[in-house]
Design a protein around this ligand. Structure first.
Ligand SMILES: [Ca+2]
Length: 349
């Protein structure tokens, strides 16, 4: 593995598209393991038809992600769009403790409600849950309410509120759970024909990801698929789209997608499926690793969790700069970050 990491070509390819800050694989710990796994296991675009199957056993934690490192490397093809799609400038505007520092949440879904309450969905078998952090936007010491644990045989994934309902995906269990948005209590299970990864809502539709580079639009009442959107970046198919955030700018619709096993978030034009900008959240990972204890460092997993700060899309409607403010975190991260993301001008490099 060390020999591989010393390969100048691969490192140059990666760093050539990234900030000059230290890469996570220089640091011991789970993030390093996960990143290494990605460097050696990320599928080529041609593999994107069945990434869920490729990664099914490597999502649960970073240690199993390490097992994916045995797969053949596909240098240069793991993250399409790097080098062709504009980088969106990102700055950290606030840092918050997030969850129990001794056992941070394995975040799979993150979404604000209009009043500033934060909805959190977590994963892992026997540990998956959903809860609300009431008025978290103004009170970061809020404790979980409306806690609803999943059955131990379910691995919770993305969550999204739509009106008076909330949808929570399960990973491989073939079902989505419809919940009452007030109590977060389960109402019914609905069949899900794909793996469940991330989800977000527009006024008239729900978007889900399944680990591939294809997003699915769904009827918000029945959860039935109505349209599929193939996402491409720089003309190449994408894959491993994970936690999502829908942003309706008033003039267009964007889906922001964490890219699993990477520090990247894609901004996707929901109409065309084109990736129009890439966020490199590596500065957050560097900051996180500089702040956490060695024990915490061993547990932290990949970036996963994006929630638009309530009201911040209003700026996008009215201002030419198109800035967004998001809350970002990751799996078992003891911190969450408020970030400002610019609209992006120019190309990478
Ligand atoms: Ca989200």
């Amino acid at each position: 593995m060390l020999k591989f990491l010393s390969g100048a070509g691969w490192r140059r390819t990666r760093l050539g598209h990234l900030s000059p800050a230290p890469r996570p694989f220089r640091i011991s710990g789970a993030i390093a393991v996960a990143s290494i796994a990605c460097l050696t296991a990320c599928s080529s675009p041609s593999d994107s038809a069945s990434p869920g199957a490729q990664t099914a056993d490597s999502r649960a934690d970073a240690s199993s992600a390490a097992s994916a490192a045995n797969k053949s490397p596909a240098p240069g093809s793991a993250f399409p769009g790097l080098g062709q799609v504009p980088t969106l400038p990102i700055s950290i505007t606030a840092t918050y403790p997030f969850g129990d520092p001794a056992a941070p949440p394995f975040v799979q879904g993150l979404e604000f409600e209009p009043d500033g309450s934060l909805l959190v969905g977590t994963g892992l078998y026997g540990q998956s849950t959903i809860y609300r952090l009431r008025d978290w936007a103004h009170n970061q010491s809020a404790t979980p309410t409306e806690v609803n644990d999943l059955s131990p045989d379910l691995f919770g994934e993305g969550i999204t509120r739509h009106g008076d309902r909330l949808w929570q995906l399960t990973w491989k269990e073939g079902k989505a759970i419809e919940r009452d948005a007030s109590s977060l209590g389960a109402i019914r299970d609905v069949p899900l024909e794909t793996e469940g990864w991330g989800t977000c809502s527009f006024d008239d539709s729900i978007v889900t990801s399944d680990g591939s580079g294809t997003l699915t639009l769904r009827d918000p009442s029945s959860f039935a698929p109505t349209k599929r959107i193939d996402v491409s970046a720089g003309g190449q198919p994408t894959t491993w789209l994970n936690e999502l955030e829908c942003v309706d700018t008033g003039t267009g619709r964007e889906v922001w997608a964490n890219v699993w096993q990477s520090p990247y978030i894609y901004r996707i034009d929901a109409a065309s499926g084109d990736v129009t900008g890439i966020v490199d959240a590596q500065p957050l990972i560097n900051d996180l690793l500089s702040r956490v204890s060695e024990e915490q460092r061993q547990n932290v997993d990949v970036l996963n969790g994006i929630a638009l700060i309530p009201g911040s899309d209003e700026g996008a409607r009215n201002e030419a700069d198109g800035h967004r403010q998001f809350l970002l975190t990751g799996k078992k991260w003891p911190l969450a970050y408020r970030v400002d993301v610019g609209d992006g001008v120019g190309k990478r490099e």
